[in-house]
Design a protein around this ligand. Structure first.
Ligand code: DSN
Length: 443
């Protein structure tokens, strides 16, 4: 049985028809998802079961607090759902504690920062143009006004090797409270052991933001930072993990009593973090989202999910090899995970923003991206980030990567020829309609 079968009739939205404006927009988006190719590396299609939990009456319930310790009555089912999500997360990621309440990845990271640090304290994270995420200290974020972010980079952008000597020197000088491994645009596997050694050397907490690759870690196809004794892992739940939009904070160690302030020690991290999420930073958890996370985590335990995760990487490697064979310059010259960053200026002498626009014209969605030490600004950067999680969910395989690569290269070659782009757009639509989108019946 496929995910599509389990949600027969999805997209019919019988109640919503009364609100024509919202109904029409959702129908339009449904069609866009069916007719287009999704190469945004952070997007995916959830299963019908996840959608059902997300759209369920669990959204009606307030549940401030944690299972067994709530501030409202009527919690027998919320407690059982949140406990399921927590236990499933612990098994899947081999950790001792999971907080499944963060509303998404940014709130998860912020809750950790506020849990462990005081205003003015320092975090050492990846340079943003080298692949780090906005919440790792972009000057436009509120966190950058509170904490001091310092950066490490790749030593060699041709291989993706991280400059651990530089990281070590910066850590000794700046004495960060957190050393952050993780990224939103870095295509290589990380050497967590090297991060952890540097963190231990300066008494910092080792934190991994695994939002992009959580599904690949859960499936065991990429390394789990906890195997190298990381203290904290944060993630979103909607990328490779294929759940609803949400977040989690995973830790080693046990919670004492989340309603009582513990001593500020690494052993107490689970309690400190729980208290930072609630009541520190958020109010009532979104119980419909937590129900959907529980469902996604159960799906991620299956052999089918492991095969899916393996195929994501096979597809990414294949697409990267095809593009490079055809003259395309990729940052780090390939990928170990689900994403790659094309250096569009070097490849075709056009910006990432224009490349994104050209691909949009043929029904292929991607996102512009900076390249390491990009001379161009983030809104008009030199690169384009693409990834394979969503297309792999639709069932695309290696041979389909070549078809997609050809569509992309053909469109870029004919980028000013509107008629030609329309012709490719039709071909893209015919091509991708062969592959079902879970949760959307294609009638
Ligand atoms: N916006 C996500 C991404 O595209 O990587 C991360 O939050």
């Amino acid at each position: 049985m496929t995910h599509t079968d389990t949600f027969a009739g999805a997209g019919q939205l019988p109640y919503l028809k009364a609100d024509a404006e919202v109904f029409t927009a959702i129908e339009g988006e449904k069609q866009r998802q069916l007719d287009g190719v999704e190469l945004i590396a952070s997007e995916n299609y959830t299963s019908g079961a996840v959608l059902e939990a997300l759209g369920s009456i669990m959204t009606n319930k307030y549940a401030e607090g944690f299972p067994g310790k709530r501030y409202y009555g009527g919690q027998q089912f919320t407690d059982s759902i949140e406990t399921l999500a927590i236990e499933r997360a612990k098994t899947l990621f081999r950790c001792d504690h999971a907080n499944v309440q963060p509303l998404s990845g940014a709130p998860a990271n912020i809750a950790v920062y506020l849990a462990w640090m005081k205003p003015g304290d320092t975090i050492l994270g990846m340079d943003l143009t080298h692949g780090g995420h906005l919440t790792h200290g972009s000057p436009v974020t509120a966190m950058a006004k509170i904490f001091n972010f310092v950066r490490y980079k790749m030593k060699d952008t041709e291989t993706g090797e991280i400059d651990f000597d530089q990281m070590h020197d910066i850590a000794k000088k700046e004495q960060p409270k957190i050393i952050l491994a993780g990224f939103s645009a870095y295509p290589r596997e990380l050497n967590y052991k090297a991060f952890k050694e540097i963190a231990d050397g300066v008494g910092a907490v080792a934190m991994a933001d695994m939002a992009h690759i959580a599904g690949l870690i859960a499936a065991g196809v990429l390394r789990n930072p906890f195997d190298d004794d990381f203290h904290i892992m944060t993630t979103t739940t909607h990328k490779t993990l294929r759940g609803p939009r949400g977040g989690m904070i995973l830790t080693r160690g046990t919670v004492s009593n989340p309603l009582k302030a513990p001593e500020h020690t690494i052993d107490n991290l689970p309690t400190i973090i729980d208290r930072s999420v609630f009541p520190g930073f958020q109010g009532g958890p979104h119980m419909n989202t937590i129900a959907a996370i529980a469902v996604a985590l159960q799906e991620a335990k299956t052999p089918e999910f492991k095969t899916y995760a393996e195929q994501i990487i096979k597809n990414a490697k294949h697409l990267a090899a095809f593009l490079m064979k055809n003259g395309c310059k990729l940052v780090t010259n390939g990928t170990d995970n689900h994403l790659m960053v094309i250096d569009c200026m070097t490849s075709w002498n056009i910006h990432g923003k224009e490349t994104e626009y050209v691909l949009d014209q043929i029904g292929i969605t991607a996102s512009k991206s900076t390249i390491p030490d990009d001379p161009n600004p983030p809104f008009m950067p030199s690169g384009l980030r693409i990834g394979t999680p969503a297309i792999t969910t639709r069932g695309m395989k290696e041979q389909d990567m070549e078809t997609l690569g050809r569509f992309m290269l053909d469109a870029i070659t004919h980028k000013t020829d509107e008629k030609y782009l329309q012709k490719i757009h039709k071909e893209v639509k015919t091509f991708c309609r062969q592959f079902p989108v879970p949760g959307i019946s294609a009638d």
